[in-house]
Write a new protein. Sequence first.
Length: 135
Amino acid sequence: GLRRAVADIPGTGMQLLKRAEDETIVAALVAAEDAELLLVTAGGYARCMPLQSAPESLKANQAGRVLIARRPLRAALVMRDEHGARLLTSDGLQQVSIDTIPSEPDSTRSHRLLHLSKGVEVLQALVKNEEEHAD
């Protein structure tokens, strides 16, 4: 993964990330500098990290850095304060609490966010909005 200031992205085409042939881009996020990110793997593991701990892209076509140890990464989203998240799995929508996932800026370690049955995978993560949180 890499981060780059929106103001530094030219209005014309530019390859920001040099990826290996076996790598897939999972998400592109727009977030404030003080944002907290949630990364979720197919197996239900997650990592919370401050955006500022992602390496900054200083030039075009730069190789990214591994942000989470377990693979494959399936979702990345910007966390909204204390609001929870939902994981879309191959078995349906699951509500999860991220309270147990520590924010670790200098580690790629992930923590179990959800116990999945054999053969079930996380497909995507969705952040709850304020109206849903009130329910």
